[in-house]
Design a protein around this ligand. Structure first.
Ligand SMILES: Cc1cc2nc3c(=O)[nH]c(=O)nc-3n(C[C@H](O)[C@H](O)[C@H](O)COP(=O)(O)O)c2cc1C
Length: 367
């Protein structure tokens, strides 16, 4: 069993706990000749790093990535790439409270029920520090995509915070990098700032919806039935900590549409490629990419560690109360954005490699 791995040909195994000496990813199936260095991966890790603004946790985790293998003279060699991030904030703290009590909304109780042993320091393996390893692997996937299929662009952004949705009529790509929420709507960014400030001060938290788009994905990635691109994307996004729902394209809202409204009509474009009137399908039909934008959305639950007292039980079954002290993100959806982008990059690269392996250049032509 390999329950710490994902991917078929581009295969990522993550390892490590939040308060162990280090964590990282072993990435197998990396194509040779991809130009990459630690600085390129660091760029993506810095976007996930905590403490960048007052809306993310003030924990200091520099998250410096080291490449231990699989890269020679600035290029991948085709052998496995070992990525390591040392945990620097390992101060011995008093963990007796969370060692004995199960924090509501955390994996404490289920890890205990399943394994009968758990590293309770900072959540151990269930801590979202693990997502730093995925972001590093995602950086590697982006470098490989640039090498094999230049022009693919992957972008994540928040479209909803709590009950507050962004206004799609104001959608502005340039805004995404301009505000702490990665929201492509300047007005929403201002409104959300006030909303989240009030929540944070009251010791509470809130959920979010993140959208990730891959542009420039060629038609033909993915396979029927059990190898669907959307199946793998849904699994990849659902594996992110705190994610409770995943949609592709129209998603749940497709249930409200008629067949006439939902049909993405097909026309022949001037450049000899098909064009579609709309993208309700989210760029995937029958599990295979259409060449349109691949659009995935996921719902992130509110941060479970809050300063509000909650009822729980101890390991010995006694009723008790818990307040999770410490520094936590009031909305973990913000830092989930770079993680969603990384998972998209890994899945798209994996399917590009599968496609090359099975099909090569033998696809059907139109016109
Ligand atoms: C980037 C990121 C950061 C997170 N940080 C926190 C945090 O500071 N406090 C917290 O309670 N949960 C945090 N979470 C969520 C927990 O890791 C997660 O809810 C917990 O492990 C239980 O797993 P589940 O929600 O997937 O069932 C974070 C999630 C992500 C994606």
């Amino acid at each position: 069993m390999s329950l710490n791995s994902f991917g078929h040909l581009f295969r990522v195994a993550t390892w490590g706990e939040s308060h162990g000496p280090a964590l990282g990813a072993t990435v197998d199936g990396v194509p040779p000749g991809v130009a990459v260095d630690a600085g390129m991966l660091q760029h993506w890790l810095d976007r996930r790093k905590p403490g960048q603004n007052r809306y993310t946790t003030q924990r200091q985790e520099p998250d410096q990535v080291e490449i231990l293998s699989g890269v020679f003279e600035g290029k991948t060699t085709g052998t496995s790439v070992q990525l390591m991030i040392r945990n620097t904030d390992q101060r011995s703290k008093d963990y007796s409270e969370i060692a004995e009590k199960f924090r509501p909304g955390h994996a404490d109780i289920t890890y205990w029920q399943k394994y009968g042993i758990r590293d309770y320091r900072g959540g151990g393996r269930s801590s979202a520090r693990e997502t730093a390893a995925r972001v590093a692997a995602g950086g590697l996937a982006r470098a490989a995509l640039d090498h094999l299929a230049p022009g693919i662009e992957i972008k994540g952004y928040m479209v909803q915070m709590g009950p507050h949705k962004m206004n799609r009529d104001r959608f502005d790509w340039d805004q995404i990098e301009q505000n702490p929420f990665w929201v492509p709507d300047a007005q929403a960014a201002g409104d959300w700032a006030d909303y989240l400030d009030a929540l944070r001060k009251s010791g509470n938290s809130v959920g979010a919806v993140v959208e990730v788009v891959a542009r420039g994905v060629p038609a033909g990635l993915g396979a029927p039935i059990y190898g669907k691109l959307d199946t793998d994307l849904a699994a990849a996004m659902m594996s992110i900590n705190a994610v409770k729902g995943v949609e592709i394209g129209e998603g749940m809202a497709a249930a409200e549409l008629t067949g006439e409204a939902n049909a993405d009509e097909i026309f022949m474009g001037n450049d000899g490629q098909p064009v579609y009137s709309s993208n309700h399908a989210g760029g995937i039909l029958g599990g295979i990419s259409t060449g349109q934008d691949v659009v995935v959305r996921f719902a992130v639950k509110p941060t479970s560690s809050i300063l509000k007292p909650r009822q729980t039980i101890t390991k010995s079954g006694e009723a008790t109360e818990i307040i999770t002290k410490g520094r936590h993100d009031p909305c973990v959806g913000i830092r989930a954005v770079p993680v969603g982008e990384a998972m998209m990059a890994c899945v798209i690269l994996d399917h590009l490699l599968l496609h090359r392996g099975q099909i090569g250049d033998a696809g059907g032509k139109i016109g």
